[in-house]
Design a protein around this ligand. Structure first.
Ligand SMILES: [Zn+2]
Length: 66
């Protein structure tokens, strides 16, 4: 089984984690409500993906029943 040659020192570990924390999450905009959302995911605000409504929102469903 492959093993690391050396123990990673505390400072080396810190440098690596600092670089990792610098990266920001990439966000894309929803095509219908223009809010920032995760890319390649259904919008949690309006339930749309690629301008089509895929998930019916709970608020809309409640209004329709009443
Ligand atoms: Zn949306």
């Amino acid at each position: 089984m492959a093993l690391p040659n050396r123990k990673r020192s505390k400072s080396r570990k810190g440098v690596k984690q600092y670089q990792y924390r610098l990266k920001k999450n990439n966000l894309s905009k929803c095509s219908s409500c223009k809010k920032s959302i995760k890319p390649h995911c259904i919008c949690p605000f309006c339930g749309c993906y690629n301008k089509k409504e895929i998930v019916a929102q709970k608020t809309k469903a409640k209004k329709g029943k009443k």
